[in-house]
Write a protein that binds this ligand. Structure first.
Ligand SMILES: [Zn+2]
Length: 236
């Protein structure tokens, strides 16, 4: 396809990191390993590799089964459920270990909102200060999750540019945050999905984000999976 035929009104960018052997992973998870099995350079006819990865490594999506017995697996979700046409990036700068709280999310006015990406600014430490990135990540408060589910019934996905939606070292809060999102609740819409470890470095205040598409590894019966996140960005 010639360059001229590429649409000039929008482009797609990635909001996910490339998985590599040295990719940052949440503390306590096994690092990703890539082991060469066949190598042309060693006389084999082709190249192949064995990848060993925990399902929450790198940019990844959490499905309800991550914290809820009987909750949906990520492989249960259709492509329609993983694409979002009313996304928004919420600029909510956070210091290490701070929470995105009700006060931050109460600024949102879009009642069609289906995907909320929290830009805490913490993505700036992903490459420059891995220790800070992993040990003092900002998260979201359980109260903010309940607020979002209550006010935005069409909301289906919340993502964050830090290693987790919950702060490292706050085990109880972590369970509460995830259960607040993933539990079936008659008063709210469907349970949410969480996307963690987003790369929002290409997003700024002027970015017109028109669509978000999450493409997880399609592995059956997993509570979450590494994913590619695509954003359609308006150019006018
Ligand atoms: Zn996860």
């Amino acid at each position: 396809m010639s360059k001229e035929s590429i649409n000039k009104n929008f482009k797609y960018i990635r909001l996910s990191y490339t998985l590599r052997e040295n990719s940052l992973v949440h503390i306590g998870l096994n690092p990703l390993k890539i082991r060469p099995i066949n190598r042309i350079s060693q006389g084999d006819n082709y190249n192949t590799s064995l990848i060993t990865a925990e399902n929450h490594c790198g940019t990844h999506i959490d499905a309800p089964a991550h914290f809820i017995l009987g909750g949906r697996f990520i492989s249960d979700y259709s492509p329609e459920e993983l694409s979002f046409t009313h996304p928004m990036v919420l600029d909510c700068p956070k210091k290490p270990g701070e929470l995105v709280d009700v006060e931050d999310v109460s600024k949102i006015r879009d009642d069609k909102l289906d995907c909320l990406l929290l830009c805490t600014g913490f993505h700036q430490y992903h490459d420059t200060d891995p220790k800070l990135y992993l040990e003092q990540n900002p998260g979201i408060s359980p109260g903010a999750v309940y607020y979002l589910r209550d006010k935005f019934p069409k909301l289906r996905c919340v993502g964050i540019d830090s290693v987790s939606m919950s702060r490292y070292g706050h085990a109880e809060e972590s369970v509460e945050v995830h259960q607040a999102a993933f539990r079936e609740n008659e008063d709210f819409g469907k349970p949410l999905l969480f996307v963690e470890d987003l790369d929002l470095s290409d997003i700024d205040k002027n970015t017109q984000i028109q669509e978000v598409i999450v493409v997880p590894w399609q592995v059956g019966d997993l509570d979450g999976a590494p994913c590619t996140v695509l954003a359609k960005i308006g150019l006018r």
